[in-house]
Design a protein around this ligand. Structure first.
Ligand SMILES: C[S@@+](CC[C@H](N)C(=O)[O-])C[C@H]1O[C@@H](n2cnc3c(N)ncnc32)[C@H](O)[C@@H]1O
Length: 259
């Protein structure tokens, strides 16, 4: 399956769930007044907008045209100094050293060529400028469910399962990318809690609105496998549920600082 367009569905719903992580990443950047921040894989602009509200001049970059439009609307509504341009993590249409801070909140982790994306983040950062990125730690119920979807799509398309995604959450993996680029790696662990009325309600909302689930669902429905995969996903969410009266799952992630 080619890289999906994150503009399909209603990513806005997910962006609201992820906003606390954007706050954590922007907090890690320290004082932003008068500084330029570039947000790579900005989606609907969470981190760029939070930074702009703290006095930064923000530029968000993302391949998804619809999400950039949503981000521009949010910036206009709040009269923030935040601009949004189309681009890929491996090819950002901005000059060298144009950012005092580069952030990527669960964005660069989707780049198909991690080494090219890492080099691009470093290229964008001004001398002394920090790079901060967040990446999920595998193993939670929500990550496991995403893995089920990925494997089922590969299977339905007759493709080999392929290697696991690049380990953006691991210090060693980050050092292999950023060490040769003269960047020191620090990693701090955080957690984000997802909630819903029930595991079934959580899954239905994801399946109906999340861009990756919409892309996955289209392939699985065509292959007659959607019901079986949804049941497998539901069972994982039930097993990982932390709130017997409703639904809650804690997903762990890292914020990596490359200085
Ligand atoms: C999970 S969303 C995160 C969006 C946003 N940072 C947030 O916190 O809500 C992943 C984002 O990465 C973007 N993305 C996917 N592939 C990308 C790539 N190769 N380069 C840059 N961004 C990419 C998607 O379009 C999407 O907006």
């Amino acid at each position: 399956m080619s890289t999906p367009d994150w503009g399909i569905g209603q990513y806005e719903r997910t962006a609201a769930q992820l906003e606390p992580a954007a706050v954590v990443v922007v907090d890690a950047a320290g004082d932003l007044a008068g500084r330029t921040l570039v947000d790579v894989g900005c989606g609907t602009g969470n981190a760029a907008l939070i930074a702009a509200a703290r006095g930064a001049s923000s530029i968000g970059v993302d391949p998804a045209a619809r999400l950039l439009e949503v981000a521009r609307g949010r910036a206009a509504e709040e009269a923030l100094d935040a601009h949004f341009v189309a681009g890929d993590a491996a090819a950002v249409p901005l000059p060298d050293a144009s950012a005092d801070v580069v952030v990527s909140v669960f964005g660069v982790i989707f780049a198909p060529d991690p080494a090219a994306a890492a080099a691009e983040l470093v290229r964008l950062a001004a001398p002394g400028g920090r790079i901060l990125l967040s990446a999920w730690i595998p193993g939670g119920a929500i990550g496991d469910v995403a893995g089920v979807g990925r494997r089922a799509v590969a299977d339905a398309m007759g493709l080999p399962a392929g290697p696991p995604p690049f380990a953006w959450h691991e210090r060693g993996a980050l050092e292999s990318l950023f060490g040769p680029l003269d960047r020191r790696v620090d990693v701090a662990e955080h957690a984000l809690r997802f909630t819903a009325d029930s595991p079934e309600a959580f899954l239905a909302a994801e399946y109906d609105t999340h861009p990756l689930w919409l892309a996955t669902g289209a392939v699985l429905t065509a292959a007659g496998r959607a019901d079986a995969v949804l049941e497998e996903a539901r069972a994982l969410l039930v097993a990982g549920n932390e709130d017997p009266g409703a639904f809650a799952v804690t997903s762990r992630y890292v914020v990596a600082s490359l200085s």
